[in-house]
Write a protein that binds this ligand. Sequence first.
Ligand code: 5AD
Ligand code: SF4
Length: 447
Amino acid sequence: MTSLNKQKLFIKTWGCQMNVYDSARMADVLAPLGYEQTDDQRQADLIILNTCHIREKASEKLFSELGRLHDVQVDRVKEEGVNVMIAVGGCVAQAVGEEIARRAPYVGLIFGPQTYHQLPEMLARAAREGKVVLNTDFPVEPKFDFLPSAQGQRGSSAFLSVQEGCDRFCSYCVVPYTRGAEYSRPMADIVNDARELLRGGVKEITLLGQNVNAYHDEGSGKKLADVIEALASMPELLRLRYTTSHPLDMDEALIAAHRDVEKLMPFLHLPVQSGSDAILDAMNRKHTVGDYRHVVELLRSVQPKLALSSDFIVGFPGETDKDFEATMQIVRDITYVQAFSFIYSRRPGTPAAAMKNQIDEKVKKERLAELQKLLRDQQIAFNNQAVGQVMSVLLETPHPEKGHIFGRSPYMQAVRVKGCDPSQVGQEVQVQITCAFANSLAGDAVK
Ligand code: 5AD
Ligand code: SF4
């Protein structure tokens, strides 16, 4: 490995945890070339925009950001003689790469989500050729085989990617087209990565995948429950989570893991999207509301403390007032401690975009506001009932105020803990909760 002058790398990430994870891996791939991350984009020699295409206006947002960055690029050459390389990665690059090359010719590199392990070669080519390099093919070999394994400590909590892509083809969703077919990493690689993370001081691992509970190791036939069991047996690991799941892939062994594996936290993101069978059918979710309720019942029967979170889409084509009311009803019945809710957005190339019965924007907005109020009330009620309880909190990062540390409850609530020392980051401590807010809790460490 040659030693180079340190170059500064700035990565801006849009979208889901998968993209946050991908950005971290891009930084890993580039570190041996001498790239050091910076938070200041005006200092950067290389700027990567890691984009997300899941909802509307993604490309407009990208083009306005690119316009701003072009000004920075021009200023840096004039003022400092520095040539800033701008690269666009992720799902928007995959979907509209050619348009980016045409409209923003000052971009040096455009690369899809399946290609970032080739970043060093692609950057060298872009610098050498002085014209835009476009790489948005799906390579035959899975990218996981080429990536350096997980490195070092990223706080006390880390993501570990186990699965990528999705074969479910929900009718509104671009993921199967932009991220490609489902691919699961061999379990042995995941176990090695987990060991390395733990050696670096990580205490909590979140297993990550677009459809994580569809995980199946082709070679050994191992499923997600097996991965959970293997990781839970590592003594340094304190907590395990996984995200994001499809209700139909919640198999018996995974449900049983919520009973048997103490390190598996009692919080689960299990999207239902809609509370109406007609809409679920049109969404091609392939499950009914009854199926979802049944899975939740099974999960709660083995783990009564389980707290749930979900994704919702309102204003899907053909959604009537009655369908929307059914969504409100499932929220009332299940009760969520946290949730993401979205207005349906027409993604070109997906079956739902071609449906005739699109819903009026005003109606969509009203429905979203009503749903979000209910979800917010449930979140606040859940946070409020924590006051007075003693909870186990994993200390993650020092808080700017001295003597305070930021951590997380088993239910993913952010907790500001008083009475701890920064040396305790990475420990699980008992905390008496004294205050609740809409999005966080505060409390005192129990001596
Ligand atoms: N419109 C609105 N929301 C969408 N999602 C995915 N595609 C769309 C779309 N076209 C939401 C789903 C999914 C989450 C990650 O994003 O709720 O679970
Ligand atoms: Fe998209 Fe459906 Fe796959 Fe989730 S399960 S990534 S919503 S196609």
